[in-house]
Write a protein that binds this ligand. Structure first.
Ligand code: GRF
Length: 210
């Protein structure tokens, strides 16, 4: 059974969705870089081991990442799931976990990498928005996309309503993508290619909310 660690910094609603999903992998631990993250309470309630590794305690990014890396090795982790983890990871950490680390981002990548995605979508006047699960590579929000949840932007949408609507989609597509990795439906090959049901995945599997 695949062993999963979830990295969080905040509320942890995606962690909750993963814990509720009855995955065929096992969430063996949750790491937070913030001691006040509500995600830690959620994990504890579910009986999952937690650890706080505060980035402020370390002289640089590499030193912080080394401690996380060691914890992941101690837990024998096969898959690292970033769920609202608000730290940029060092190149070495990413290289160590390449093909074994996924993230969810609140936009339809490759559009709107980085922050404030809902605001930017509204500002541009896009009619479609959503979220993307992708493998993590050294370049920010640029790794191979696995799944996307897509919604239609409503005339009356605000930053808050879009955040809420995108979250609902996240809670559907993240557990699905993680389950596909756990049960081998999605495979990451050593050459960096990704297979879905044995076929080369050329574009993400899309779930539309309309
Ligand atoms: C989500 O919107 C996710 O897309 C982004 O961080 C947020 C985490 O939310 N990476 P939560 O902590 O899972 O509620």
């Amino acid at each position: 059974m695949i062993k999963i660690a979830v990295l969080v910094s905040g509320n942890g609603s995606n962690l909750q969705a993963l814990m509720d999903a009855n995955l065929s992998g096992e969430i063996v631990g949750v790491i937070s870089n913030k001691s006040e993250a509500y995600a830690l309470e959620r994990a504890k309630k579910a009986g999952i081991e937690t650890t706080v590794i505060e980035h402020k305690q370390y002289p640089n990014r590499e030193a912080f990442d080394d401690v996380m890396h060691q914890q992941l090795l101690d837990w024998n982790v096969d898959l690292v799931v970033l769920a609202g983890f608000m730290r940029i990871l060092s190149a070495e950490f990413v290289k160590n976990w390449e093909g074994k680390m996924v993230n969810i981002h609140p936009s339809l990548l490759p559009h709107y990498k980085g922050m404030h995605t809902h605001q930017r979508v509204l500002h541009t006047g896009d009619t479609l928005h959503g979220c993307t699960v992708h493998y993590v590579t050294a370049e920010l929000d640029a790794g191979q996309a696995l799944t996307q949840g897509i919604l239609k932007v409503d005339l009356y949408d605000t930053v808050n309503s879009l955040a809420d609507r995108v979250h609902i989609l996240e809670h559907l597509i993240y557990p699905q993508a993680v389950e596909w990795i756990c049960n081998g439906t999605i495979q990451h090959l050593e050459n960096g290619q990704v297979l879905y049901k044995g076929q080369l995945l050329e574009k993400p599997i899309q779930f539309c909310q309309f």
